[in-house]
Design a protein. Sequence first.
Length: 452
Amino acid sequence: MKEKNLLVKNARIIDPAGGLDESGDILVAGGKIIKTGKDIAAAGATVIEASGLIACPGFIDLHCHLRQPGYEDKETIATGAAAAARGGFTTVCCMPNTSPPLDNAATVGHVKDIAAREAPLITILPAGCITKGRAGRELTDMAELAAAGCIGFSDDGSPVSSARLMSLAMQYTASLDLPVIDHCEDLDLSRGGHMNDGWVAARLGLKGIPAAAEDTMVARDIALCQLTGARLHVTHISTKGSVELVRDAKRRGLGVTCDVTPHHLTLTEERVMVAQAGTGTALTYDTNARVNPPLRSSADIDALIQGIKDGTIDAIATDHAPHTMGDKLCEFENAAPGISGFETAFGTLMALVHTGRIDLNVLIACLTAGPARVLKSAAGTLQPGARADIALLDTGREWTVDVKDFLSKGRNTPFDGCKLKGMVVATISGGRFAYSYSRKIYNIKPVNEYLG
Ligand SMILES: [Zn+2]
Ligand SMILES: [Zn+2]
């Protein structure tokens, strides 16, 4: 099928990888970026008038859960990809804690087949398990998983508690030149805990998880990274201590990278506590604010933001973790941890820009060039020849989160009803529209056959 060329006109083009922040046009042909610049003319191209909008590379998410196979009541690859596109993401790395888990080539191949068939517009990159069945006892065949297309290894949802096994895993991942995507949690310290250890937990009578449960594991795995020469990617970093450890490891030249989630940057442990409906004064908890690692303190948020500013933190990753209503409509202790995060990521993060805490270019770098670097991927840029993955953003547009509008099956979010300022207007993947907001408001005409 001959595809029409696309011409994005008069956008503010921000491409951190290419060092670009200027107004101009982007010409797309054959699914690739042809050029960016001023007053590009292209006869016959579909023109997208983007004045007032930012055009940047499609976002890359290093950490999400698409739940298929096994948990299709929470999410499928198709619904997850649609939600990702709505969030501006064109590349997502899905974690292997499915059922069965992605601990062998056949299951990885199955996921890739479904992705190619049902979500062809989004690049879906699976991570493989570190241990068989994520049981923490026996390593998977990592070479086989790498050959099947895994972009890294993780037992996410669980840590690898045995230091000996983790060091062995890192020897293999080092030889494959793929990262370990590390869920850092010392289960001895976190056991029985459900939220951050602090005054809110005490007030609600919930057992806390100390920051040290994360810090000790980050410290251990940095030591193992030094021992083995592996690439260590600490995911969903949440504590001041972890940020300091990663900063120090980078200073020492180790191959350590890390990401932080939008919720750990924007919400504190206080969000767990809500007024009980009808009473006005009595306090209760909101299971939608239960995540692992837990929401931390404002001092942790300050350290995370400092980590983003000084380059200690490479990427912002959603840890999109959709669940059913039933998974959350229960006691806090029994609620499944996680937030359905694709569709609110950009809007919530923009609050940090509007309040002057993070520079817009730095934010976009953390969603594009930063994660691309972690993956050693050619995506995440608008330079000529790159795949035409483009997000169009309206940083000033206000909207109210309504979970009933979610494309994700997971409606579990503490942001429901929140007023956000900043919206993804359209997502173009490989030169085709994967998502567009209102054609009436933005006059953007989707040109692919999926949206009509
Ligand atoms: Zn995790
Ligand atoms: Zn996760």
